[in-house]
Design a protein around this ligand. Structure first.
Ligand SMILES: [Mn+2]
Length: 245
């Protein structure tokens, strides 16, 4: 039994090396992956299931093949691809998960999984934005616009976020320790798995006098990161991404 977790690949037509790396990763996963969890920001932008950049269709096909061959695929939204919908999920044979889910790992441990942006509560500005764009009416209104309109809004939002983030301290953009504890306490879990911060690590922390663990997945840039879990436990792994072939 093998379960894999990936997040923050930020696939886009501007990074064909990331698309190739993911295609290789999914190909390798075919032989022995029972469950694949996509924990958000797999795509750098998503403006609706009705528009997928042609350069990304090989990824869609590879995910579909993987699910058809028996790997269960689960998808959680990130702050970039929060508009991924049921249509896309069914196209790849994946199940869309709520933004916080509790799952069981092959070693029997329960884990709370999420993208992780909801833990960054010190970033007030971002949390306000998150509330806005996660609102069903806002999403419905956005998706009813024409493709050129949606592309333009997405471009503006990205530019604004880049500008704002440049002014923010690193601490503000990391998770808030209290929100991690609250999340684990209310889920009654000792293990949290998330992405988003691009700070891959395994943190041990104290929770109500009990040991808690927080595993942070890495983003894909020069290296690809994944968490691999089997009956013996979990390993956070990384490999270089080749830009040449
Ligand atoms: Mn993110």
């Amino acid at each position: 039994m093998r379960t894999l977790f990936i997040s923050d690949i930020h696939l886009s037509e501007t990074r064909p090396d990331l698309t190739r790396a993911l295609l290789n990763f999914l190909h390798d996963a075919r032989s022995d992956c029972d469950q694949l969890f996509l924990l958000g920001d797999i795509f750098d932008a998503w403006i609706g299931d009705d528009f997928i950049h042609p350069d990304l269709t090989p990824v869609i096909d590879a995910l579909k093949i993987l699910s058809e061959q028996g790997t269960e695929i689960f998808f959680q939204h990130g702050n970039r691809d929060f508009l991924v919908g049921k249509q896309f999920a069914s196209r790849i044979g994946a199940e869309l998960l709520p933004e916080e889910s509790i799952i069981q790992l092959p070693d029997g441990q329960s884990a709370l999984i999420m993208h992780g942006d909801q833990l960054c509560i010190d970033d007030n500005e971002y949390q306000q934005f998150r509330t806005l764009v996660r609102n069903a009416d806002w999403q419905k209104d956005f998706l009813s616009k024409t493709l050129p309109e949606r592309l333009e809004i997405a471009r503006q939002l990205r530019a604004a976020s880049k500008e704002k983030n440049a002014e923010k301290s690193q601490d503000i953009m990391d998770v808030n320790a209290g929100s991690v504890q609250d999340a684990l306490r209310s889920a009654e879990c000792q293990l949290l798995i998330h992405g988003h911060t691009h700070r891959p690590a395994i943190h041990q922390q104290q929770l109500n006098h009990q040991a808690g663990t927080r595993i942070v997945l890495g983003d894909w840039d020069k290296e690809l990161w994944y968490l691999s879990c089997n009956e013996a436990g979990c390993e956070l792994l990384h490999e270089p991404i080749s830009s040449t072939h």
